[in-house]
Design a binder for this molecule. Structure first.
Ligand SMILES: [Zn+2]
Length: 95
């Protein structure tokens, strides 16, 4: 049920894990786990999860898209001013 809600919430609407957690009122860790499961279940569907990686707002360093939660600091310049990764569900491109 919750995963289906996530799907609806994120369809063409990029949100960070923290924003999702606030929206659906569940802990960040739980949202993170559900997103992982959702990613698996989307594999054979017409939809896909699109992740905009976290990025350092100071030096522009781009984090790994595998990480769905906000990194604490930039490994390059040590800044803590990090833009959170954004997660979106989109229709898979065909052809
Ligand atoms: Zn940086």
């Amino acid at each position: 049920m919750f995963r289906k809600d996530l799907l609806e919430l994120l369809r063409d609407n990029p949100m960070s894990v923290a924003e999702i957690a606030r929206e659906v009122r569940v802990p960040v860790k739980e949202v993170h786990d559900d997103l992982r499961h959702l990613l698996q279940s989307l594999r054979h569907t017409g939809q896909e999860m699109d992740v905009t990686p976290a990025q350092c707002r100071k030096c522009g360093f781009e984090f790994d898209a595998e990480k769905l939660t906000k990194p604490s600091k930039c490994p390059k310049c040590r800044a803590t001013w990090i833009r959170e990764p954004l997660i979106e569900i989109r229709n898979r491109h065909r052809g």
